[in-house]
Design a protein around this ligand. Structure first.
Ligand code: PLP
Ligand code: COI
Length: 344
């Protein structure tokens, strides 16, 4: 197949949703070891009715994006960090995790098998990679499974929030929490997203893009969004992002802290009081799916704190967005060594 042969899709107007591709890959952990995995075009799973993922939530996932560069190469971003985070999630949910080498091999394998779905350079879309780890062994008593499946699917996606790099409105609902202190908020556990659906759906029903959560213990500190981390920029150019034992350690945020420092921002990872929301000149959501989504306003206790009045991203979010995406798409040399070439 020649490199320019693409699936017949309107890549420029893709939503962030599932789209069937050619192949997914599946590995099984049984009798103490991982097998060599299979490639399949099946979109369904043969699952035991008592599998621990179904009843007891032994399920964790990851999310990454692959971009095509101007000269037709395919680039992944910091994939070993996702492997490590899946291992962290697995350790909290008492699951067997794929070692980093198996994780990255699986990603290369599935991306290569679906290269015709990698959106073309400049389309604004990317190939979303979704690794999933589930307990497949049967249990009725509450205890860890004795068998696991590690699956990786890919699907071409457009922006997570409507209209892409354009501002979205958030609401803080104090009646709903995302993750408990000493719970599993740092895991990318499926259950954390089930717990967050009420908040997201309520927010969307009221016309907001997403919910912003406070810490569950004191309701005093900003935590994160349902599907992204949070940052604020102060008037004296500090990049401030919440430090909390209950949020997901975003790889995008980790990268932005480095980029921001290089761009002359003071970087502060610390507790962020709700009172500080009034002091930021810009705020943003960051994550693989969200990339950087500028926040137009945050509604808290009936008042809307407005950051962007003209519906356009501010200069700080724009600078950080351009800095990050130009590395991810291979437009500038990657001096950090974050990108990884996936052979097509
Ligand atoms: N926080 C939550 C709850 C998320 O679901 C995500 C998405 O992955 C993030 C933060 C951002 O993490 P990352 O930048 O690693 O994608
Ligand atoms: C990601 O950004 O990869 C996520 O996992 C967010 C998501 C739940 C859509």
């Amino acid at each position: 197949m020649c490199i320019s042969e693409k699936a017949n899709l309107d890549f420029g107007s893709l939503p962030f949703s599932y789209q069937k591709t050619d192949i997914n890959v599946r590995y099984t952990w049984r009798d103490g070891k991982w097998d060599d995995g299979i490639e399949t075009d099946s979109e369904t799973l043969p699952l035991h009715i008592a599998a621990t993922c179904t009843h007891y939530g032994q399920a964790a996932f990851e999310g990454m994006k692959v971009y095509e560069t101007k000269d037709g190469r395919f680039l992944g971003f910091r994939m070993a960090e996702n492997a490590k985070r899946m291992q962290h999630s697995a350790s909290l949910l008492l699951m067997q995790a794929p070692p980093t080498e198996l994780f990255t091999q699986a990603v290369h394998r599935v991306v290569k098998a679906n290269k015709r779905f990698i959106p073309p350079y400049g389309s604004g879309a990317s190939l979303y990679v979704r690794p999933l780890l589930i307990g497949t062994g049967a249990r009725i008593g509450v205890r860890p499974a004795d068998e696991y499946m590690f699956l990786v699917l890919v699907t071409p996606v457009g922006p997570y929030f409507k209209q892409g790099f354009s501002p979205t409105r958030l609401i803080i609902e104090e009646t709903m929490d995302r993750a408990a202190p000493q719970g599993v908020g740092t895991a990318k556990a499926g259950g954390n997203y089930a717990a967050g659906m009420r908040g997201t759906v309520h927010a969307r029903d009221k016309g907001y893009g997403e919910a912003l959560y406070l810490d569950a213990k004191e309701h005093k500190y900003i935590e994160e969004l349902g599907a992204a981390n949070f940052f604020g920029i102060t008037k004296d150019k500090a990049y401030v992002t919440p430090k909390s034992p209950t949020i997901l350690r975003s790889i995008t945020n980790m990268s932005l802290r480095v980029l921001a420092a290089d761009l002359g921002y003071k970087v502060e990872e610390r507790v962020v009081l709700t009172d500080e929301l009034h002091e930021f000149v810009e705020t943003g959501a960051c994550g693989t799916a969200a990339v950087i989504t500028p926040i137009e306003s945050i509604t808290f206790r009936g008042k809307e704190i407005v950051y962007l009045k003209d519906g356009k991203p501010g200069p700080h979010c724009t600078e950080l967005y351009n800095g990050l995406t130009s590395i991810q798409c291979g437009d500038v040399p990657d001096k950090y060594g974050w990108t990884e070439r996936i052979e097509g």
